[in-house]
Design a protein around this ligand. Structure first.
Ligand code: SAH
Ligand code: SF4
Length: 425
């Protein structure tokens, strides 16, 4: 999401600035930040300290911090991190030219006002760091779910959807430029909701179908889905259109009903598993991945075992796994105690990680011998003679270059695998 936002920022500043590959020759240095866990913020603070040398060499350098960390910490950040000249929250990017000007004039510049409307829908992002094949399209912003552990609703504000016409326009422009894959992005893409003037409603199932119909050569992906909104009609659309990828990232967070309730996830394990069953029934080859939080407040050994059981039952292809990190201002920080000791969190995290590594390997082993269509994304890091790309299920496949170019679709047969990669002919 921050990559997509940075592309919007690049577009907003494109009249006056261009992207530099070497930071030493830059006049302006921007950092887009994440607040979802403390560890992300600490990394940013470390980078800011490292920047001191750059600023010393070039005292004219303007340093700005963007995104959720600006929103969470507000002006306080300017007094804590003296290297910063200005800060801008996620809904304030249109005011960047003024903020930069004010900062150059030596003023204390910040804008952390959240909007209930801003979707940057008229801005054509500049894909400055892309591969020319695959691009993000932001379709909604913000979140209304208030999971008790999560800072996102406070840093990104209320949920709002972008006008479908502008989404289709952006997708068409990408097709015209030769892009072959778009990922529709949002905190909860499947709660996308747009009311047309004639009162017809465009929901996510309708939107993704409209995007898919633009071109059969365009692959369509999306992230992230909330389990509460993964409707049968959406699963049907994914099943129906060859070019909507058979891949769903469906964060479960925990396998324990007690934890899910305490997290305010609004579903229980029975409901989640029923949705997984619906996906597997309608899209038998669907790749399924998840997010997991280990060591949330009051998590018992039994709750933890429920998470391991959930992972086994679903058989996730991969997972993003996190130790619970207290975020100030959230309900969990205010009302619950972060009472799972660090060693216990670490041990449970290792168990979750080890299990996921086994599940990923088993899932990859089941693919050996199968044939897939791969969209070629680049040259393998390990050898110039090998290319890599992804299959519909979002698994990375490495295979011999032959006559294929980046951006081609190649048909490959998997011969071997590791836990992370499929190797194919
Ligand atoms: N909107 C998306 C993801 C948002 S944040 C969703 O709900 O699925 C990405 C992931 O970070 C979450 O799914 C969760 O697993 C993790 N996360 C969020 N807050 C966290 C916290 N306080 N501690 C640890 N992990 C957290
Ligand atoms: Fe955070 Fe929950 Fe919203 Fe995801 S759905 S961004 S985890 S509050």
């Amino acid at each position: 999401m921050n990559v997509a936002d940075s592309e919007v920022v690049a577009a907003i500043l494109s009249d006056n600035y261009q992207i530099m590959t070497d930071p030493k020759s830059a006049d302006l240095f921007l950092m887009n930040t994440c607040s979802v866990r403390d560890n992300a913020e600490q990394r940013i603070r470390k980078r800011l300290r490292e920047l001191a040398a750059l600023k010393k060499r070039n005292p004219q350098l303007i340093v700005g911090l963007l995104g959720c960390m600006a929103e969470r910490l507000k002006e306080r950040l300017l007094s804590e991190e003296h290297i910063l000249d200005f800060i801008a929250g996620p809904d304030a990017y249109r005011t960047l030219p003024t903020l930069i000007q004010d900062a150059s004039d030596g003023k204390h510049a910040f804008n952390v006002i959240l909007s209930i409307q801003e979707t940057y829908d008229d801005i054509d992002p500049i894909r400055y760091d892309g591969n020319g094949v695959s691009a993000f399209i932001s379709i909604m912003r913000g979140c209304n779910n208030f999971c008790t552990y999560c800072v996102v609703p406070y840093t990104r504000g209320r949920e709002r959807s972008r006008n479908p016409k502008t989404i289709l326009h952006e997708a068409q422009q990408l097709i015209d430029k030769g892009y072959k894959e778009v990922t529709l992005l949002g905190q909860n893409v499947n709660s996308y909701h747009w009311n047309e003037e004639d009162d017809t409603i465009v929901d996510f199932a309708a939107l993704i179908e409209m995007v898919a119909l633009l071109s059969p050569q365009l692959r369509v992906r999306f992230a992230t889905s909330h389990p509460k909104d993964i409707s049968d009609s959406l699963i049907e659309k994914i099943a129906k259109h060859e070019n909507i990828c058979s891949y769903i990232h469906l964060p479960v967070q925990s396998g324990s009903d007690r934890m899910l309730k305490k997290m305010n996830r609004v579903y229980d394990s029975t409901y989640y598993l029923e949705r997984i069953a619906a996906i597997k029934r309608m899209i038998p080859d669907c790749g399924i991945t998840t997010d997991l939080i280990v060591g949330f407040c009051d998590e018992t050994e039994e709750d933890h075992q429920d998470t391991l059981k959930m992972m086994e039952t679903v058989g996730y292809n991969s997972a993003y796994m996190f130790k619970y990190s207290v975020r100030k201002g959230t309900k969990a920080a205010n009302d619950f105690e972060d009472n799972v000791p660090e060693e216990m969190k670490a041990r449970r995290f290792d168990e979750v990680l080890n299990l996921q590594q086994r599940l990923a390997l088993e899932s990859n082993q089941r693919d050996v011998g199968k044939t897939f269509t791969v969209l070629v994304e680049g040259v393998s890091k390990k050898s110039d003679e090998q290319l890599f790309g992804r299959n519909s299920q979002n698994k990375v496949i490495v295979f011999p270059k032959a006559n294929h170019q980046i951006g081609d679709y190649a048909t490959v047969t998997v011969t071997r695998c590791t836990q992370a990669t499929l190797l194919a002919d």
